[in-house]
Design a protein around this ligand. Structure first.
Ligand code: HSE
Length: 411
């Protein structure tokens, strides 16, 4: 069986490598004499590369080759990935992608195209890299109503936060180390501003709750404002700061969905997920909590999930194996001001006066302390209420400068 790979970057080259090293096993799993990478589409040249002879620059070569029935898309970005994937599906070729940006933005359209053309569109690697999570949610938890999904969905930011928490490294130094280690992109905006995690929670929420969730409907906050002072206050509170993507089923066929840093208790399974690892916690009404943990990024880990999808595509070539969700509906994701949470607040001002005022405004606050804090710094955790109400109350706290505001979550 011949396949093609579009995009010979980190993941694409990993796919070729996994097929090279595990070829016999891969072929046996789908009842083929062999599974061969016939073409690799990339605009760059790769002189001396083991797959140099397979590199092509014209997409039409893949599109017009009737023998290529499964195509892997590891180009990333929306364009031209969307056009190429659409053309492959229309031409009767199944597609496997690791591209979360594509699935989060265009999944609904691509599922329909796959259905119309009786082919498969698979995307296990788009969330959690090598962690089996989408298929287990869809198949193994099929008997459940999923009520909530939350996770550490970005390896780069988890590495940065781990360095801040355990090595007292500043955000800037930890980011530099992540870049030196090859975890963060040269332009790490999508990681540190939470956009990457947002795409992943959109895919998870769409799959868990059944309707497409677009990234622009999900409130997203990154980790750039987290300081070592906040890390210390989190420790005093009995927890750590994690970048969480989370979504929850609400009454009236609505959901909440959000990406932001959050205080997480040391007792939570998510607090022990460190370095570049990811974890996804799924709450089902029959099974209870299930947690998926593993390498959320990286060449071979992500390629492992892609190649498993290739095997499935080959096995189900004449007998579609659909996974997907319905179209988006308006006002399905509630505004974050209507979501219940509590906030950790760090501020500057007259400590005694301000904490007394905070107690009067919020009610039962928990005051936090850290060693060597400046005289005019104070921190506390509010009771649980809707975000909008907490924001109104915070605005009433006069004569203080708010330095940090981080959500406190209970997973
Ligand atoms: N930049 C992403 C991360 C890669 O750090 O998790 C995997 O999606």
């Amino acid at each position: 069986m011949d396949i093609a790979i579009m995009g010979y970057g980190v993941v694409g080259s990993g796919v070729a490598e996994v097929i090279a090293i595990n070829g016999e096993k891969v072929a046996a799993k789908c009842g083929q004499p062999s599974v061969d990478v016939k073409y690799i589409l990339d605009l760059r040249d790769f002189p001396g590369d083991v797959n140099e002879k397979k590199i092509i620059k014209d997409f039409n070569v893949i599109l017009n080759d009737k023998d290529v029935k499964v195509v892997v898309e590891t180009m990333g970005g929306q364009h031209p990935a969307f056009e190429f994937v659409s053309s492959c599906l229309k031409a009767g070729k199944s597609v496997v992608t690791s591209n979360k940006e594509l699935v989060a933005a265009k999944g609904d359209v691509l599922f329909k195209l796959a259905k119309e053309n009786n082919v498969n569109f698979m995307f296990e690697a788009s969330v959690g890299g090598g962690i089996p999570v989408l298929r287990p949610i869809d198949r193994c938890l099929a008997a459940n109503q999923i009520d909530e999904v939350a996770g550490i969905l970005n390896g780069t930011t988890n590495f940065i936060l781990t360095m801040m928490i355990y090595n007292s490294m500043s955000f800037e130094d930890a980011l530099k180390l992540a870049q030196d280690n090859g975890y963060a992109e040269k332009d790490p905006t999508a990681d540190i501003e939470g956009f990457d995690a947002c795409r992943k929670i959109c895919i998870l929420a769409s799959l868990c709750f059944g309707k497409h969730v677009f990234p622009d409907s999900v409130y997203t906050e990154g980790i750039t404002k987290i300081t070592l002072e906040d890390v210390e206050y989190a420790r005093a509170w009995g927890g750590v700061i994690k970048l969480l993507g989370r979504a929850k089923r609400l009454e009236g066929d609505k959901i909440s969905a959000m990406v932001s840093p959050a205080f997480v208790k040391n007792e939570s399974i998510l607090s022990g997920v460190n370095d570049v690892f990811n974890a996804i916690l799924v709450r089902g009404n029959a099974v209870g909590d299930v947690c998926f943990y593993g390498r959320g990024a990286g060449k071979m880990a992500t390629a492992s999930a892609v190649v498993a999808d290739v095997i499935d595509c080959i096995n189900y070539i004449d007998n579609r194996k659909a996974m997907g969700w319905d179209d988006a509906v308006e006002n399905y994701v509630v505004d974050h001001s209507d979501v219940e949470t509590s906030f950790y607040i760090r501020a500057k001002g007259d400590k005694v006066f301000a904490l007394k005022a905070a107690e009067e405004i919020f009610g039962d606050i928990s005051i936090l302390n850290r060693n060597n804090a400046p005289e005019d710094e104070f921190a506390f955790v509010t009771p649980v209420a809707k975000e909008g109400i907490l924001a109104e109350k915070l605005a009433k706290l006069a004569d203080v400068e708010i330095l940090s505001k981080i959500r406190v979550e209970n997973y």
